[in-house]
Ligand binder design. Sequence first.
Ligand SMILES: [Zn+2]
Ligand SMILES: [Zn+2]
Length: 330
Amino acid sequence: MRLHQPGPLTTDRLRPDELAEPVAGAGQLTVRVGACGVCRTDLQIASGDLAARRLPITLGHQAVGRVVDIGPDVTGWNVGDRIGAYWLAHACGHCRFCRTERENLCVEAEFTGWDRDGGFAEYLSVEATIAVPVPDGMTDLQTAPLLCGGVIGYRALRRAHVAPGQRVGLFGFGASALCAIQVARHWGCEVYVCTRSPDERQRARELGAVWTGGYDDPCPVPLDAAVTFAPVGWVVTRALAALDRGAIVAVNAIHLDEIPAFDYADLWWERSIASVANVTRADAREFLTLAAEIPIQTSVDAFALEDANAALMALETGRVRGAAVLAINA
Ligand SMILES: [Zn+2]
Ligand SMILES: [Zn+2]
C-alpha cells in the first residue's frame, strides 16, 4: 500500500501497487512481513504534515516478519529467522557518531518508511546489520507496535539513567509510556505517573504505579529520574521541579512547543534536561529481549493490509483503542 501523493486522508490515499518480490542485494535481507504497526509518523507523512522524502513510498516502520532471501556479504542470519525492522533503516557506519555506537545520531541516517520502503507491504528489504532478532513467545501482531514507541520509551528510560529500584516519574501516559512503565516495574522501580486523563491514571495504577496525579499535583517524593511523553513544553518544567539532586528528565518528543522560563533553582544541584532522538540497534535488541522476558502487554487493533487507509483514518480521528497494526501474512 503505497503513498504517491501526500494530502488529506481518504480511502485511496495509499494505493495497492503490484511490485515484484524484492531480491536481496548486498548486505540486505528480504523479509516476508507478518505484521506492521501504524504510527502517528506514518499519518504525518501521508497527510503531508511531515514532508515526504521520496515518492512513491511504502510507509510503516514497525514491521515483523521472516527472512526469505539473504543477499551477498551477509552473515549471522538464516532463512526463516524472525526479524524486526524499525525506524532506523541505515547508518553510515563511519561518522563520529556511528564509530561510538550512537548511530541514532548518524549524519547520513536513513529511515524506514520515509527514505526507504517500509512494512505496509507483503515483502520488505532490510539491512542485515540493522535488523533485530524477534524473540520467541510474542506474536508478530504483539511485537510490531513495540518497535516504535516501545523502543523509544526504553531509550528514554536509559537517557534518564533509570536504575533498578529508583523512584521514576512518567509525565504523560500514551502508548510509549505504557511500555516504559512495564519496563520500570520489571526493574523494581517505584513509578509516579502524572497525566491529565483519569482513565490513564487508572491504567497506570493497574500497571503498578505507586502514585498518580495531574500535572498540578505535587509529586510526593523527589524523583531519581523522569521522562516526559506529553508534547508540551511546560510539562518539562513540572518534571524538572519534581527531580531530586543530580537527576535527569528525558524528553521523549520530536516536536515540543517552547519550554517556558523556569527558576534556575529547579536545575541547580546538577539536574539535567535530555532529549531523545531516534534509536540505536542496541536499544531495539535490548528492548525486544526485555519485552519477551516481562512479557509486555499490548492491546492491538488489527486491520488487513488493504485496509491501511482505514487504519490511518482511525488513528487520525482517535478511534483506535489499542495500537493499530496491519496483519499481513500473519
Ligand atoms: Zn513511529
Ligand atoms: Zn554515521
